[in-house]
Design a binder for this molecule. Structure first.
Ligand code: NAD
Length: 350
């Protein structure tokens, strides 16, 4: 019998909690990878999984990703993540979110939550009625960051894409640079709007075709097919939907010199980082380029949510990426490996 500790993605998790609330039917997993630097912080994903194994794997991978992300973002926070196992209709009620809030509270501050895919600021408000260990709440003071972390993530990804273009293509501006964006929700949509202002040529794809078309009409982008977006000849492929999209097959078909986007866990396996490196495709490690959101919710939770401070930390994302790419070139190691090594050393697990 295979047990939790034997799972390939377990990677020394400090704890993995399985919850069920009988009254609302809510099932959730809260994975805590490391609390070495502080309470495990990471958002809650609300998703209909094909089976429970997939949900566990997602929780473990996302939680470890948060340990690495928070460490490299310089935050005094560890890594954790929650996934709520939605039913096929994605039923979500305030009572369910309240039950989830009580689950978080039972961990007494070892885990701090915020929004992720499928979770809104309104959901976090329900959670906050039950527990103090929550961030990403609406702000009443205009000088403070808070609420939806999406815009800060989008800004960090935008700065990261520009840094990648400068590093790989030697271009200082984005005018006419072709970016293919997969997923134009909170992060991808924000990224597209920022790039459009710079005159970038944009090809976008989203399973919500109406939404993609509305955005394309607004910013002058072209909507392309879901299967085409990863194969387009472009300067940058930017994944901003779900993870594990970079695998043997998709990497072989990439027709870009750069992959830089906000989706978590883009590499299907660690070997896929090597595959990108072998093809000389510059890869922005996802948890580095997409750390803008956790910088916002992290500082909000830690009580330092001054928007100038949040923005100045988000502005440093390109420096971290450049350091990783420089080390990757000098050590002849994939950027994902370099980033993992840096993060592991920061969380005391070199
Ligand atoms: P979102 O739900 O707002 O947007 C995701 C978009 O992707 C939606 O428009 C959806 O229709 C689309 N999509 C889903 N599957 C697709 C597919 N196969 N092909 C094309 N489009 C598809 O979510 P978001 O907040 O923008 O997050 C996007 C990604 O960024 C996720 O991987 C998330 O974990 C990651 N991320 C988000 C944040 C944040 O602050 N929101 C922070 C860090 C990382």
């Amino acid at each position: 019998m295979s047990v939790m500790w034997d799972l390939p993605d377990f990677d020394g998790h400090e704890a993995v909690h399985f919850f069920h609330d009988h009254e609302t039917g809510l099932s959730a997993i809260i994975a805590l990878h490391s609390t070495h630097l502080g309470p495990g912080a990471g958002g809650t994903r609300f998703w209909h999984y094909e089976n429970r194994e997939t949900a566990v794997t997602d929780a473990l991978r996302l939680s470890r990703g948060m340990s690495f992300k928070n460490a490299l973002a310089g935050l005094p926070l560890g890594g954790g993540k929650a996934v709520i196992l939605a039913d096929q209709n994605r039923t979500k009620t305030p009572d369910m979110m309240a039950a989830f809030g009580r689950m978080i509270d039972s961990l007494a501050g070892r885990y701090v939550t915020a929004e992720d895919v499928g979770i809104s600021t309104a959901d976090m408000v329900e959670v906050a009625k039950q527990t103090a260990f929550v961030s990403g709440l609406p702000v009443s003071n205009s000088g403070h960051a808070g609420g939806d972390p999406g815009p800060f993530t989008a800004k960090g990804v935008y700065l990261g894409v520009k840094a990648a273009v400068a590093h790989k293509l030697g271009r200082k501006d984005m005018d006419g640079v072709h970016v293919a964006i997969q997923g134009v929700g909170s992060v991808g949509g924000g990224l597209a709007r920022l790039l459009a202002k710079d005159g970038a040529k944009l090809s976008i794809a989203d399973i919500n075709k109406d939404h993609a078309q509305t955005l394309a009409d607004e910013i002058g982008a072209e909507v392309v097919g879901l299967d085409d977006v990863m194969r387009l000849e472009a300067d940058v492929f930017s994944p901003n939907a779900l993870g594990a999209i970079l695998d043997t097959v998709s990497i072989a078909h990439l027709n870009v010199p750069i992959v830089a986007g906000g989706a978590n866990n883009q590499l299907a396996t660690p070997e896929d980082g090597q595959r990108l490196f072998d093809r000389e495709i510059l890869f922005a490690p996802d948890y580095v380029i997409n750390s803008g959101g956790i910088i916002s919710v992290g500082l909000e939770y830690l009580g330092d949510s001054d928007v100038t401070e949040v923005n100045s930390r988000v502005d440093r994302i390109p420096d971290r990426l450049t350091e990783i790419w420089d080390q990757s070139a000098s050590l002849k190691l994939p950027s994902a490996v370099v980033a993992d090594k840096m993060a592991r050393s920061l969380i005391g697990r070199p």
